[in-house]
Structure formats: structure tokens, C-alpha cells
Design a protein around this ligand. Sequence first.
Ligand SMILES: Nc1ncnc2c1ncn2[C@@H]1O[C@H](COP(=O)(O)OP(=O)(O)OP(=O)(O)O)[C@@H](O)[C@H]1O
Length: 278
Amino acid sequence: MNNIVDEIFGETKPQRYERFRGEYPVRVRGLVNAFGDQVIHDHLDLDVKRGEILGVVGGSGTGKSVLMRSIIGLQPPVDGHIEVFGQAITDAEPDEALGVRNRWGVLFQGGALFSTLTVGENVEVPIKQFYPQIEPDITHEIAAYKVVMAGLPKEATSKFPSELSGGMKKRAGLARALALDPELLFLDEPTAGLDPIGAAAFDSLIRELKETLGLTVFLITHDVDTLFAICDRVAVLADQKVIAVGTIPELLELDHPWIQEYFNGPRGRAAQGKPSDG
Ligand SMILES: Nc1ncnc2c1ncn2[C@@H]1O[C@H](COP(=O)(O)OP(=O)(O)OP(=O)(O)O)[C@@H](O)[C@H]1O
């Protein structure tokens, strides 16, 4: 054991990762979600590969966030089966699901920080929830370490969310998502509202964390630049399903109108460095 986090969790990161050896940390089969008469997902299937950054795209309201919420157990579906690290999420008893909940981190749209807590205290929330036995001093130390890991200065630990810029709030949310040394990271529109330079910096950070920590990342985005910059594969939501999943060159081969418009529209062409008029 060579660092404090390993000592606290009682095993090194490779040992933690060793617990799941399957190729797909997330498997979704036949997912159905509906609100009243509004069907959001109609027998949707999706696999997230171990170690990839999977970009999830689709028009507004196609159910990207609802899909993420179903995978992490916050949105019980009408039908279907979801497994995370081989553990059934959809019909798990609360105690069973708890065994995998500490293996993922989530950055919700807008950061979802507690406004009355400092950044450090926000990061401490999941640590206290899952590891209440850890001494407060050590919890503070882990939180400060995660704040720096998310690219914030250490002094940001004692600031309140209202004292942070939009980009810093995203990083604070990311620090909280990293609190438990997750294997799987869910990011809901992490670059929304950031200026292009801030967005590119955030993209680089995600890629770097993925490489150094061996993360698998489920990344909802509208940002075409992010897809080209950091995603290994992209899943497209339309018509209540995942209509295609693959690398961007693979998706460009398909003649679905939304996919063509998305990647070959003005923003998609700009992201590829192509002129907008063809
Ligand atoms: N709790 C809820 N109750 C009722 N309807 C909901 C609820 N949550 C989501 N919806 C509806 O489900 C649909 C999909 O919502 P979702 O937030 O997943 O879309 P999205 O693809 O993430 O959109 P965007 O890109 O705009 O963020 C929307 O029509 C939304 O209004």
C-alpha cells in the first residue's frame, strides 16, 4: 500500500479494479421509461466498454439524462434490465446495489453542489456516507486531494459554491464525483455553459483522468468538439432507442438524417476542421 487512500480503502486501485473483469461495466437491455403517456425509451439497449469514454448524444429531450439516472438507480424503469459491474441495478435490493454504488461517481448537470457546504465539505459527503468510520482529519485530507485532482487550487476547498465561477463549479462537482476513487464516471453535459477555452481544458482533464486512473466514462454532451477531442465511441439516442453506437468515422458511414445533420451540419464540420459549405 503506497498511499493514504489505498490504506483507508484497504486495497490498492488495481486490486479494486480486479473485482470486475468483464468487458462491459454497464449493460442495458430492453430499457423502457415513460412518464404518463410520454414514452422516453422503448426497449433501448446499450453496452459501455471497460476503459472507454462513451459520448452519449441526441436531440434535446431524447432521454439522455433519464438513461443515466436509470443506470445509477435513480429512475426506476417501467421495464428492462440494467447491470453495472455485473450487479443488477433494476431489481436489486437496496443493500445489494450499495456494493456497486461506491464504485461510480456522478457529475450532474449544473454540478448539483450543496450551496450551504464548502467545496471540501461537498466532496466529503460521499466519503462520510460510504465510509463513516474514517477519521475526520483523513476525510478532509482526501477531499483536499480530490479538489486538486480536479484542477482547482487547494484554497478552493474552503470556498462556497456561490464564490466559484461556472468552470470552477464543474471542477468542484468533478472532485466530488472522484471522491470514492470510482472506476466508472458519469458526466452529464460537463462543458455546457463553459467558454471554448474552459471547455477544451475540461475535456483534457477528463481524458487525462481517464488515462491515469483507468476510468470508464459515460459522457452526455451536446458539444461536438468534446466528441472529436476525447470520446472513443459515441452512442446516438433517437426514436426512443440507441440507434447507433460506434466511432465517429463509423457513425459518418450511416445515412440516418439526424446523424448526418449533427456531424455534417455547420458545427460538426467546424469541429472536423472542414468548411461549412461542403
Ligand atoms: N421526473 C420526470 N417527470 C416527468 N417527465 C420527465 C421527468 N424527467 C424527465 N422527463 C421528461 O423526459 C424527457 C427526457 O428528459 P431528459 O432530461 O432525459 O432529456 P435529455 O435528452 O437529457 O435532454 P437535454 O439534452 O435537453 O438535457 C423530457 O421530455 C423530460 O421532460
